[in-house]
Design a protein. Structure first.
Length: 145
């Protein structure tokens, strides 16, 4: 079983109330058992919600208390992002999932560099998100699409 960002399989859970359905990914994993994850909604954020970004570092820095996640209005979303990351980790551990394909360029799920483990993976060049950072620290393979 693998974890997959829920927005990549068509769930309307993104900040804008939409999804980023990736038909190629769905075809590729159609025979796999997948476990959809959305750390931001798991952390209590609504759909839709204001866009957010990490300020003062990356997801690793957020986990270490050295950076924050803020909405475009300046509101602090850090606690929700951290809570969602830990809930996601808990669910992955319950299902013994050691591999996740997550949405690139996300303050939760993005990773900063290419991780060439998946034929559709790409390097976003963006900061590593809070959930991606936590999962990597805990030994879970994380890829971005």
């Amino acid at each position: 079983m693998i974890g997959v960002s829920a927005c990549l399989i068509g769930c309307n859970c993104r900040y804008d109330g939409k999804n980023k359905k990736n038909r190629e990914l769905i075809k590729l994993i159609k025979f796999e058992n997948i476990f959809p994850v959305c750390p931001e909604t798991s952390g209590g954020l609504s759909v839709p919600r204001e866009p957010a970004s990490i300020t003062g570092g990356d997801g690793f820095d957020v986990l270490d208390g050295n950076a924050k996640v803020t909405g475009i209005s300046g509101s602090d979303k850090t606690d929700a992002f951290i809570k969602g990351a830990y809930i996601t980790l808990k669910h992955l551990r319950i299902h013994d999932i050691k591999h996740c394909v997550l949405k690139a360029k996300s303050p939760s799920c993005g990773i900063a560099k290419k991780m060439p483990l998946h034929p559709l993976a790409n390097g976003s060049g963006e900061l590593t998100g809070v959930t991606a950072a936590l999962l990597m620290r805990r030994g879970i393979i994380v890829e971005n699409i």
